[in-house]
Write a protein that binds this ligand. Structure first.
Ligand code: NAP
Length: 321
């Protein structure tokens, strides 16, 4: 339905409801979870390594555990203190690799800085690629680049599901990705390319960023800068995917972003903080379709982790996937 990308003059953007789409994906997984559980005589199982006490990581790991529980998966979280060595962390990954009882493995990032700058890539690379449900192992990233992925990273996969299930056309469309990280920007750019979009990847050194972004039919904002992408970056009618998750605590900044009538101001008053994306709320008046924060890409990331864990279980049971 190409018309979804067209500007509907005088109307606010269609809101792409990630929470609903994620619920659909989880519902579709139920029968596969039951079949795996029956065949393996245990539920599909995800091992998570959490090192240190980063508050946001705690929240993410709890969200993943709850989502797994609700679906009948087992989520086995191993915690190490922030003083743990890289060898100790690697030992946990190797234990998950050898285990007959774990189908998927995830190392929660970011890792404590004391582990060194290479810690993340060292641990991602230590994961058995057949259990690498985050898709960050070089083997899986290479397969993704070649267009024959087994496990693709969860946030980019979630973005593609969200676009597909919202009937947003990609073929021949101009896509601009702001951000080139390993976990979002690069893999989502590859996926859009495989789907026949014409893709431009931007980053902190890109010149004329807003002008480039304004050429996009589909704009992906994954830079981690609150409300950075204003209407000036958005072609009227474009589809805008807001990947950013930024917690604001400064009342003046929150008030500068939202109209006085916004119910989100009450949320801020109640909680003392507010989650906002990389896209300015006013973009709603320019975009044709837009993901909200929260409730857009975030729920899809968790749903795709569940999908990948079930896929890993099916692979280990010898099923074709
Ligand atoms: P990251 O590793 O920090 O990468 C940010 C990217 O944005 C980098 O490529 C950086 O460019 C680019 N960038 C930063 N400032 C820029 C600017 N002013 N202009 C143009 N480009 C700029 O971040 P990430 O891990 O990809 O995450 C991005 C955002 O998505 C964060 O808010 C994160 O919390 C959120 N996120 C959400 C989910 C979810 O499930 N919803 C999942 C993952 C991440 P350089 O490469 O030149 O430094």
């Amino acid at each position: 339905m190409e018309g979804s990308n067209l500007r509907r003059f005088g109307m606010a953007a269609r809101i792409l409801d990630g929470t609903r789409i994620a619920a659909d994906i989880r519902t579709e997984l139920v029968a596969r979870v039951e079949a795996c559980t029956l065949a393996a005589r245990r539920p599909p199982t995800l091992g998570i390594l959490l090192v240190g006490d980063d508050a946001a990581s705690e929240v993410y790991v709890n969200t993943k555990s709850k989502a797994g529980d609700a679906l009948g998966l087992k989520v086995d979280v191993v915690r190490l203190p922030k003083t743990a060595t890289l060898d100790k962390a690697k030992e946990v990954v190797c234990r998950f690799n050898r285990s007959q009882d774990h189908d998927g493995i995830l190392v929660q990032a970011p890792l404590p800085s004391a582990l060194g700058t290479a810690a993340e890539s060292t641990l991602f690379e230590a994961i058995d690629p057949t259990k690498d449900v985050d898709g960050f192992h070089p083997t899986n990233f290479g397969r993704l680049a070649q267009g024959r992925s087994v496990f693709a990273p969860c946030t980019p996969s979630g973005i593609l599901e969200l676009l597909d299930r919202s009937c947003i056309n990609l073929k021949g469309q101009r896509a601009v990705v702001i951000g080139r990280s390993q976990i979002v920007g690069k893999p989502v750019a590859l996926m859009l390319l495989h789907r026949h979009a014409t893709v431009t990847v931007c980053h902190s050194k890109t010149r004329d960023l807003s002008a480039l972004a304004r050429e996009a039919d589909v704009l992906i904002a994954a830079l981690g800068r609150p409300a950075f992408v204003t209407s000036e970056f958005v072609k009227p009618g474009a589809t805008v995917i807001d990947v950013g998750v930024n917690r604001l605590v400064d009342e003046a900044i929150v008030k500068s972003l939202l109209p006085p009538s916004s119910p989100r101001l009450q949320t801020f008053a109640r909680r003392g903080s507010l989650l906002v994306g990389d896209v300015h709320p006013a973009v709603r008046e320019t975009a044709g379709a837009l993901t909200p924060v929260p409730g857009g890409v975030g729920p899809l990331t968790v749903a795709m982790l569940m999908v990948n864990t079930v896929r890993a279980s099916e692979m280990h049971l010898g099923k074709a996937v």
